[in-house]
Every structure is written in structure tokens, then in C-alpha cells.
Design a protein around this ligand. Structure first.
Ligand code: SF4
Length: 441
């Protein structure tokens, strides 16, 4: 089985004219993607002309030269810089630390929580991102407030920005909105896309309070399921509640058979998000775009960053007892304690020790696209990574079997939907703006 696409009657590429790249048929056009992730849409005849050796006077010549698709103009210094920027070689540290404040009857102690915040500030990177997780936000409110206030103090001490969200499926009472904003704690609400949005006035209070005090903005983590309500319903509920950001992660499909329904929902959500109305961004698409070089010289503070949920590079997770795991998903797996994703404990394991751990090395190797035959041929490789723990959950191996993987299928479908819209001149700028404005998700 191949998930790759083909164009008929392609000539043999001229090695002296055609730079290494991959292609994929998207929205009836040929999407060419260079090794560092520059991309261009061509018609099938244009792509054939390109492979045969594009004449200097061709209308696409300059664009393809600037983007590094012409072998005779390859800028090896720039290629090396692009390769550095987009690879693990310039990885600074895990993107966020997930703190499970409560699970069942287990509750994180204040001492462990303080150690967790201290640990987060030892992870290199432009800013510190903490995501606190609990099913009942009121039960953990004193802990969450302490984490936010302590992180703010640490930010003052050493000048590093920090951002915190409390991720919970239960909307806290509206009277807490001002307190969340005052301590700089954002609300990340989790919803099953099959349920009624149920955001309403209380959710809007949190958005308004956060905007007033420049606290982290409210976000929605939307979990797709086969009975999901329509995507535009969700988009309008988000806008009504003042939420400007939602993560519709391609995590949810658990079988390949579910992928087409997920893909339809995801595409409809992108369409609703870029339609007229208050700004609304889909975070997974923003993160994928951010892995690619900026288009057309667009300014961007920093490039790269992993996709949400990828073990070690994207996140680390601390359990209520302070055990450190490679990811939240990994921490929840039945064999987590003895698995390669168990990395030590807060208070005794230093960030600097992680790189020497076999588990960390194995997970980084398993996530690397060049190590997978299908990814190494896929046009989406520069934008895409499947979390090894996701492979483990779906297919019983950290490495995964990509041609049969629902994770690969869902991410390929999400990227097809995203790039199909990038091919549309009227949508491209809005979508690229998501990556430019992306901040610490
Ligand atoms: S995991 Fe991503 S890069 Fe790899 S084949 Fe699937 S879509 Fe392509």
C-alpha cells in the first residue's frame, strides 16, 4: 500500500537543473517541497517542464530559483542554514512541560509542584510553557494559583517569559475569571467535538478577563470523534466566547477507516476559521506551518518547534508523584513506569541528564522522519512528525508501521486539507499568519 501520489508521464529529471525535492498531488496541482521545506504549487504541465529543465524565460523560473528548486542556482550556505534551523540540531529544549496536578485520588504536592516549576525553568528555549492538567479545576485551584504565582516570580528573577494554562474539561465558575487573569493563568478547555459546545457566558468571561490583563488567551482543545458536530458550529461557538485559538489535533482517529471523516471535519474547521469574523486559529496547522521556512521573506521571530504532543521534543510530562515522562500520552500508557518513556523524577533528575538517557535517544530517533521509508519520500516530511508514543498506542511499537498507521493517515489528511487551502490565493495569507503569530502553544 502506498500513500504517496503520482503524476503521469513524468520525464526523467535533469540532474543539472532539478534540485532534490519531493512532490504530492494536492487539489489537482503538484505541490513540490524542497528538503528544507520551501514549497511551490505547479500545474502538471509546469511540473513536467520543470523536470525537463526550465528555460530562463519561464514565468515560474524566478520563483523556483529563489525557493531553491533549481540545481544550477543552489545556495549551499543557505541550504546548510535551513537544515540547521529546521532540524534537531538547533532544538533548544522540550517545548512545554505538562503537569498532571491530579489523577484519580493522587494529587501533586506543593513541594513537587515547586520542583516542577523550577525544572521547567531549566529547560532551554525562548520561554517557559507549562500546561497544568486536572479534571476538576476547582479542586486544584490553590495548586494552580501557586504554580502561576511562583512561575511569575521566577520570570521576574531571571527574565525568562513564562506562560501557563490550566487544561480541564470542566469550565471553572465565572467568578474565577478575574483571578485566573490576575495570576496569569490561561484557560485551556477540553471538549469532545460530539458534545454540545457549552461555552457560553462563563467562558466569555475568561476570554475577556485574559484580554484585559494580557494574560494567556483562552484556548479550546477539541477532540474529534466519529459523531462530531459540524465544524462551523464549533467555530461560531468559539468566536462567541472570545476564544481565538483551538487545537483540532489529528490525534483522534484510531483506525484508518476513521480518517476520511476526520479529514472532512478538519477541512471544514479550517474553512470556518479563515472565514469572516473575529480571528480564529487552528493550532496544529499553525505548528506545522511554523516548521517550514517563512514564505516570501515574511518576518518571523523564530522558526521550528515540534508538533504538539511529540515525545521529548514537543513535551515532557510530570505525574502527580513527580515522576517524569517523555510525554503525557506516554505517562498514561499501562507500562509507563517501566517503559523507555520514564525519565526519572522531579527533584533528582536534571534537564542536562536527559540527553544521555537511552529512552530519550530512542524516542528522538523514532520521531525522525528520515528514519522512516515512507516519510523520507513524503512531501510533508519537513512539516510532519508522528509522536512515537502515538505509534505505540495505535500499533504497539514506538516505530510504527506508517503505511497502515492511523496517525500518519490523519496527519497526511490534515496536511492535504491545509495545503489545498494554501493553494488558494484568497486563503493563503490568513493561514500563513497563523504561523507568524504563533506563540508558545
Ligand atoms: S507521518 Fe507525516 S511525513 Fe511521514 S508519511 Fe505520514 S504524512 Fe508523510
Amino acid at each position: 500500500m502506498s500513500l504517496l501520489t503520482e503524476v503521469d508521464a513524468l520525464p526523467a529529471p535533469r540532474a543539472d537543473r532539478v534540485a532534490p525535492h519531493r512532490y504530492r498531488v494536492v487539489a489537482g496541482r503538484v505541490l513540490a517541497v524542497s528538503e528544507p521545506g520551501h514549497w511551490a504549487f505547479l500545474s502538471a504541465p509546469e511540473y513536467r517542464e520543470y523536470l525537463a529543465g526550465l528555460p530562463d524565460a519561464h514565468p515560474r523560473f524566478d520563483e523556483l530559483r529563489v525557493k531553491g528548486f533549481l540545481a544550477q542556482y543552489l545556495d549551499f550556505d543557505r541550504l546548510a542554514a535551513d537544515a540547521m534551523e529546521g532540524s534537531l540540531l538547533s532544538w533548544e529544549g522540550s517545548h512545554r512541560l505538562v503537569l498532571t496536578l491530579a489523577r484519580g485520588r493522587a494529587r501533586m504536592s506543593p513541594d513537587t509542584l515547586r520542583e516542577a516549576v523550577d525544572f521547567a525553568f531549566t529547560i532551554p528555549g525562548p520561554a517557559v510553557c507549562l500546561e497544568l492538567v486536572a479534571a476538576d479545576p476547582e479542586a486544584v485551584w490553590p495548586l494552580a494559583r501557586f504554580a502561576a504565582e511562583y512561575a511569575a516570580r521566577r520570570s521576574e528573577w531571571n527574565g525568562r517569559r513564562s506562560r501557563l494554562w490550566l487544561r480541564t474539561p470542566a469550565l471553572p465558575p465565572a467568578r474565577r475569571a478575574d483571578e485566573y487573569a490576575r495570576v496569569g493563568l490561561g484557560l485551556a478547555l477540553v471538549r469532545d467535538a460530539a458534545a454540545a459546545p457549552g461555552l457560553g457566558v462563563a467562558a466569555a468571561r475568561f476570554s475577556a478577563a485574559a484580554a484585559e490583563r494580557a494574560a494567556p488567551a483562552s484556548r479550546l482543545v477539541l477532540t474529534w470523534s466519529p459523531k462530531a458536530r459540524s465544524a462551523p458550529i464549533w467555530a461560531s461557538a468559539l468566536r462567541a466566547a472570545g476564544f481565538g485559538s483551538a487545537l483540532v489535533s489529528p490525534e483522534a482517529p484510531t483506525t484508518l477507516a476513521q480518517v476520511p471523516a476526520f479529514a472532512a471535519f478538519y477541512a471544514a474547521f479550517l474553512d470556518a476559521a479563515v472565514s469572516d469574523g473575529p480571528p480564529l486559529r487552528e493550532e496544529w496547522a499553525a505548528a506545522a506551518l511554523r516548521r517550514l521556512p517563512p514564505e516570501g521573506g515574511r518576518p518571523r521571530e523564530e522558526r521550528g518547534g515540534p508538533l504538539p504532543g511529540v515525545d521529548v521534543s514537543g513535551e515532557l510530562c510530570a505525574a502527580p508523584d513527580g515522576t517524569l515522562f517523555a510525554s503525557e500520552r506516554g505517562a498514561a500508557s499501562p507500562d509507563a513506569q517501566g517503559g523507555i518513556g520514564a525519565l526519572g523524577a522531579l527533584g533528582t533528575t536534571a534537564w542536562e541528564e536527559l540527553a544521555a538517557k537511552e529512552g530519550v535517544r530512542a524516542l528522538l530517533a523514532a520521531a525522525e522522519g528520515d528514519h522512516h521509508p515512507l516519510c523520507s519520500q513524503c512531501a510533508y516530511k519537513p512539516a510532519c512528525t508522528v509522536a512515537p508514543s502515538r505509534h505505540l498506542a495505535a500499533q504497539g511499537t514506538y516505530w510504527g508501521n506508517l503505511p497502515l498507521s492511523p496517525a500518519c493517515g490523519a496527519q497526511m489528511a490534515a496536511l492535504d486539507a491545509l495545503f489545498a487551502r494554501l493553494a488558494d490565493d484568497s486563503l493563503r495569507e490568513s493561514l500563513l499568519g497563523w504561523a507568524d503569530s504563533w506563540s508558545l502553544l
